[in-house]
Design a binder for this molecule. Structure first.
Ligand code: PLP
Length: 393
């Protein structure tokens, strides 16, 4: 079982380390020599429980997750996270205070916007604290300074404050978490890390909840990783569902009710254990590589290579995202000259650089340079960026 190392820049599902897939292929047929594949055994068996425990402990090690926080895995992708966050977090606030308060949303692109819309759809009170579009001529590509919006947060009650750390479609990434939220002990920061988890070191203690669909940096679609403050789990459990119902708030479906999932060690219902096994193999691969510190340095190098090549040819390429919040994972760019897009893609394909077409809502190009993509491959793309500009200027 082998393949030429791919150089695929797709935004997700993304390529994974070949060695991980080779091991997973073997384990799909015969896991640990038991004569059955990992997907063919009970999710409550010793072997499946072992996979869950290993994945949890490897993630704790990689992200230095403190004892104040719990890790669990749930079915459904990031979109399921949008709804489960809204219903669980509004319940947590009610369980803690006996009050209902809105979730606040810091909207910096289409994923945070969708998450807000889902909260509203579920009749969870929710407010947009700011929509970054309004600060940038109606387009995403900029995160306003805290001084421009912190008054909307100060002294107000929110069940939680939500943001998407890396907006995959628009290529906008928060360089760090906003200080006014981080430093406020009354606000639980909830962050979608679907497209940048494990890409750099972060301080988990500043988050109430981290949610990340697996299919970009850590595995296959189907499972979502959650890291949650234990106190929030307790508060959700304290909230009476009858009272929530009386107040017109949604009751979380049992398979997405965080305390239930945690109490059952992520196996309240059948967990896709093969998907989790791949996730754990990716965790092990990353630990061997030197953990998030080493990966973060590599990602820094990769994104610099590409942005430097684009900036050096700024008469030819347009970068729609402000330099203060450029994503290190999804590099978005367009050609200034019309009619050359197809030619650029063809030349990239000839070099086996695939998956570069931009999102349908944004156009142009998007190079997703997740953890599994090597520096050498990004170098090849940076070289193409340079030569294409010279040859077609
Ligand atoms: N959040 C982010 C940042 C994403 O990039 C995506 C999908 O690409 C999602 C959420 C939605 O994930 P899913 O398709 O797994 O529901």
């Amino acid at each position: 079982l082998t393949r030429e190392e791919p150089s695929h820049f797709g935004a997700g599902p993304a390529q994974l380390p070949t060695s991980v897939l080779q091991q997973a292929s073997k384990d799909l047929i015969n896991f640990n020599g038991i004569g059955l594949g990992i997907g063919e055994i009970s999710h409550r068996s010793k072997d499946a429980t072992g996979v869950i425990e290993n994945a949890k402990s490897h993630l704790k090690e990689l992200m230095k997750i403190p004892d104040t926080h719990e890790v669990f895995f749930m079915q459904g992708g990031g979109t399921t996270g949008f709804s489960s966050i809204a219903s669980n977090l509004v319940a947590a606030h009610f369980g803690k205070t006996g009050e209902v308060a809105p979730g606040g949303y810091l909207v910096t692109g289409s994923w945070s916007k969708k998450s807000f819309e889902e909260a509203k759809r579920l009749y969870v009170p929710a407010e947009v604290v700011f929509d970054a579009k309004n600060f940038n001529n109606g387009k995403y590509g900029y995160i306003p300074a805290e001084s421009e919006w912190q008054d909307k947060v100060k002294g107000k009650k929110f069940s939680y404050m939500y943001l998407c750390e890396n907006e995959t479609v628009h290529g906008v990434e928060w360089p760090q978490m906003p200080k006014c939220i981080r430093d406020d002990p009354n606000i639980e920061l909830v962050a979608d890390l679907s497209s940048d988890i494990l890409s750099r070191e972060i301080d988990v203690s500043q988050y109430g909840v981290i949610m990340a669909g697996a299919q970009k940096n850590i595995g296959l679609a189907g499972l979502t990783v959650y890291i949650i403050k234990k106190e929030i789990l307790d508060n959700i459990s304290k909230a009476s569902e009858d009272k929530l119902h009386e107040l017109g708030l949604p009751i979380t479906p049992i398979a997405f009710h965080y305390p239930t999932v945690v109490k059952n060690n992520s196996a309240y219902n059948t967990i896709p254990i093969f998907t989790l096994h791949i996730i754990d193999l990716v965790f092990q691969h990353l630990l061997k590589k030197g953990g998030v510190t080493a990966q973060g340095a590599e990602n820094e190098k990769k994104s610099k290579l590409l942005y430097n090549a684009l900036d050096a040819n700024s008469q030819f390429y347009n970068l729609p995202v402000d330099a203060s919040c450029r994503s290190r994972m999804n590099v978005v760019f367009t050609l200034k000259k019309e009619g050359l897009d197809e030619k650029f893609l063809q030349e990239a394909n000839a070099l086996k650089l695939t998956g570069l077409k931009g999102h349908r809502s944004v156009g142009g190009f998007r190079a997703s340079i997740y953890n599994a993509l090597s520096v050498e491959v990004v170098e090849k793309l940076a070289n193409l960026v340079e030569t294409f500009a010279k040859q077609n200027a």
